[in-house]
Design a protein around this ligand. Sequence first.
Ligand SMILES: [Zn+2]
Length: 120
Amino acid sequence: MEDFTAEQMEALHERLLSVKAELEAQLSDNRADSKPVDLDLPIGRISRIDAIQQQKMAQAQRRGQEVRLGQLKVALQNFGQDEYGYCRSCEEAISFERLLARPESPFCVDCKNQIESRRR
Ligand SMILES: [Zn+2]
């Protein structure tokens, strides 16, 4: 980690821990929302569709949070092994600004954009 100062590393480590704590809190919070909709409830067809749609959104959001939490855990492991902050695709150092915004990110901006455009 010759590219970042000790202060920057400290800031990134704190950021990783705080985003992780935030996500864990959110995930335990919305556990109630992602329970299956009870289709026998007498709530009418429209509100049932609403409820299912809301639930799907909550589930998608939750999946995103779970993925992010997994990435954060990997990032924290890498942090301890000095592998943190390098792009997993091109192996270049990821910029401090990007890491501060998305501390779990395993790719630099260029590689991430490439990966996303390939997915489309
Ligand atoms: Zn890269």
